[in-house]
Write a protein that binds this ligand. Sequence first.
Ligand code: NAP
Length: 321
Amino acid sequence: MKLILPGGTGQVGTILARAFHAAGHEVVVLTRNPTAAPWRTARWDAQTLDAWATELDGADAVINLAGRSVNCRYTADNRRAILDSRVQSTRAVAAAIADARRPPRVWLQMSTATIYAHRYDAPNDEATGLIGGAEPDAPDTWRFSIDVARAWEAAVAEQATPQTRKVLLRAAMVMSPDRAGIFDTLLRLVRFGLGGSAAGGRQFVSWIHHADFVRAVLWLITHQDLEGPVNLAAPHPHFMRALRVAWGAPLGLPATAWMLELGASVIRTETELVLKSRRVVPGRLLDSNFAFAFPEWPSAARELCDAWRRPSSSRAPLSTV
Ligand SMILES: NC(=O)c1ccc[n+]([C@@H]2O[C@H](COP(=O)([O-])OP(=O)(O)OC[C@H]3O[C@@H](n4cnc5c(N)ncnc54)[C@H](OP(=O)(O)O)[C@@H]3O)[C@@H](O)[C@H]2O)c1
């Protein structure tokens, strides 16, 4: 297959490019700053239709991951960049699909599991889940993330693509042992004796193992009956305690909400990652008989800790298709 990955230089893009390239597929990453990679890279500006658009012609799938990182403080400037980079790059991909002589068969557009409401009472699947934003206790930063997700998905709906199936990837945190990824960040809390209960510790953390993420993406490319929003999350959301146990550090210092706010401000990020209860479950993947290799967090966390401890040279390829 020929796969085009706009914004494929980041954490998720590298996981996908590595796996599909290792399986012998043709991978082309669209980036604003091309550098040498084991797969082909092409330049785009993530805004305007240009020569890069020809890459989509005759491709099997386009998987758009582009967007300014959300790992920052939500200042007015950062908010604008987070929102605009997602909406504009999505519109650029849409325009390229509309312009293609032989449009890709499927467009997988990254969205986020954060679109759902903060809740403890019931899980959010695609059919019955509550889209967030109206929770009375939700901080303004959480509402912003939901607004971004809605605008992102709306940008996909704007463009009719009669020959291209559209799938919205409402992905939970993709856990891989790669340095500087989300798992690495959570593990750092545990390694430094933190990672105890955060503001009471009742929050559900939705996650997906990188191997299942890659397999689910392949599943969505090949299952032509699946379109629209699809949750990419393991069936069992977890609590931080299982990660401490997997690492061998059953004790973690608990932190109150104000301590976390202070810490997040110091390291220039937001507390949403640890405080929002993202109880998101993969209704449509399970209904279509997708089988998770890592459905349970305790065993996934053990595998990820083991892989994290091994030198990266002995780890590749991490996920396969
Ligand atoms: N990581 C997760 O677990 C997770 C879960 C749910 C949703 N998501 C979403 O999935 C997408 C990919 O995640 P990721 O973790 O791989 O993100 P990432 O590491 O931040 O990579 C995103 C890519 O977007 C491009 N980019 C950055 N700023 C941009 C801008 N202003 N305009 C256009 N492109 C820009 C960059 O590519 P170049 O600099 O090479 O152009 C970058 O490699 C993100 O939109 C993220 O919000 C991630």
